[in-house]
Design a binder for this molecule. Structure first.
Ligand SMILES: Nc1ncnc2c1ncn2[C@@H]1O[C@H](COP(=O)(O)OP(=O)(O)OP(=O)(O)O)[C@@H](O)[C@H]1O
Length: 354
């Protein structure tokens, strides 16, 4: 038997040590402790996603990790130093934050907004140096917005603006980049692009990137670590596969009538199935996959077992299908679903194909 040798981990760039997070007592309001005894470590080059149901405490944790609110107990360490003891300037040289709220920068150009990321390095009368200009140029390229550099920020789409705010954060040359729900408001393609960009950045900049998201698929496919905020005050950290395999994610998210679909790496609504309505699907590749999808939508269960009904599907758009005994056939998954639901007699093929 071979045993894996544990890799030596680099020191954490950002660390939570026995942190309790929440809201301090205000007049006549009791203190609210949202998270207790949280231990986390973000290492250089890691992409970490923070996931959890609404109200579980993701924003509370993010705000505590970036020093926007002090921990109720414990310590947040940035490069091993207590965050609370760092000056705002020292903090901004190591830690950059991208929030979802739109920023009002008037008519400023993209390049000028990104150059704001250099402020922690300048004296108040200081001019920008060659290094400042190089850092801004690199950030524009790394975030994929160099081509937008002369455009006013307020002219851009949400997705473009989001990338510019990432570029501004990168211009800070941070060891840790924290993003609050960067995929909110982005369409599927822009979300995938942003995910790819952030993954690339962990390699090119060596920064630890921590982001909160409601996009479970993104978290499970892209993260080196997931920080799962469970809603019970605990935060569980682990590789996405470990958290999925141990059912921690299913326990946290799956509600009534929902299950965690391992293959799709997401929560799905469990189909209401008709007891005993099973069918063996015979076909190839995508045609078979979508036929099984249609079968489930109709309330039937695809099965590998022989001896029962058999659904044969042939590739083509729309696809031809045939169900053995009692014999029925048709073209297109709509007629298949109608047939299986027993709500309509499938149309003869000739009538549909003309
Ligand atoms: N300023 C506050 N004072 C007291 N309690 C608060 C305050 N802000 C948030 N909370 C409470 O803390 C808990 C966690 O809220 P938080 O916003 O961190 O959750 P979240 O996981 O980010 O939620 P969502 O996914 O909906 O954004 C909630 O019960 C919320 O009501």
């Amino acid at each position: 038997m071979t045993t894996a040798t544990p890799a030596v981990s680099p020191p954490a760039a950002l660390q939570a040590v026995a942190v309790s997070a929440g809201y301090r007592r205000r007049r006549r309001h009791p203190a609210v402790t949202v998270l207790r005894d949280v231990h986390l470590a973000a290492r250089p080059g890691e992409l970490i996603t923070l996931i959890g149901p609404n109200g579980a405490g993701k924003s509370t944790l993010l705000r505590t990790l970036v020093g926007a609110q002090p921990p109720l107990a414990g310590h947040v360490l940035l490069d091993g130093r207590d965050l609370g003891g760092l000056s705002p300037r020292d903090r901004a040289r190591r830690l950059a934050v991208v929030l979802t709220e739109p920023v009002d920068v008037g008519q400023m150009s993209v390049a000028s907004v990104v150059a704001l990321g250099r402020l922690p390095y300048r004296s108040w009368i200081g001019r920008d140096t060659g290094h400042d200009r190089a850092a801004v140029d690199r950030a524009l390229v790394d975030a994929g917005v160099d081509w937008l550099r002369d455009r006013p920020l307020h002219d851009l789409s949400d997705g473009e603006r989001q990338r510019v705010m990432v570029a501004r954060a990168l211009a800070q040359e941070p060891a840790v980049l924290v993003l609050d729900e960067p995929t909110a408001f982005l369409d599927v393609a822009r979300r995938i692009e942003l995910a790819a960009m952030l993954t690339r950045l962990t390699a090119t900049t060596g920064a630890a990137i921590v982001l909160s998201t409601h996009d479970l698929g993104f978290a499970l496919r892209r993260s080196d670590q997931v920080w799962l905020v469970g809603g019970d005050g605990a935060v569980t950290a682990g590789a996405p596969e470990d958290l999925a395999h141990s059912d921690a994610i299913a326990r946290t998210f799956a509600g009534e009538n929902m299950t965690f679909d391992d293959a799709a790496a997401t929560i799905v609504v469990a189909d209401e199935t008709v007891p005993g309505a099973t069918v063996r699907v015979v076909g190839e590749g995508r045609t078979r996959q979508w036929a099984e999808h249609a079968v489930r939508r109709a309330g039937w269960t695809p099965t590998e077992a022989g001896g029962g009904r058999v659904l044969r599907v042939e590739p083509g758009t729309p696809c031809r299908w045939r169900v053995d005994g009692p014999d029925a056939h048709g073209v297109g998954f709509d007629t298949l679903v109608s047939h299986l639901r027993g709500q309509a007699v499938p149309l003869p093929e000739d009538a549909r194909t003309g």
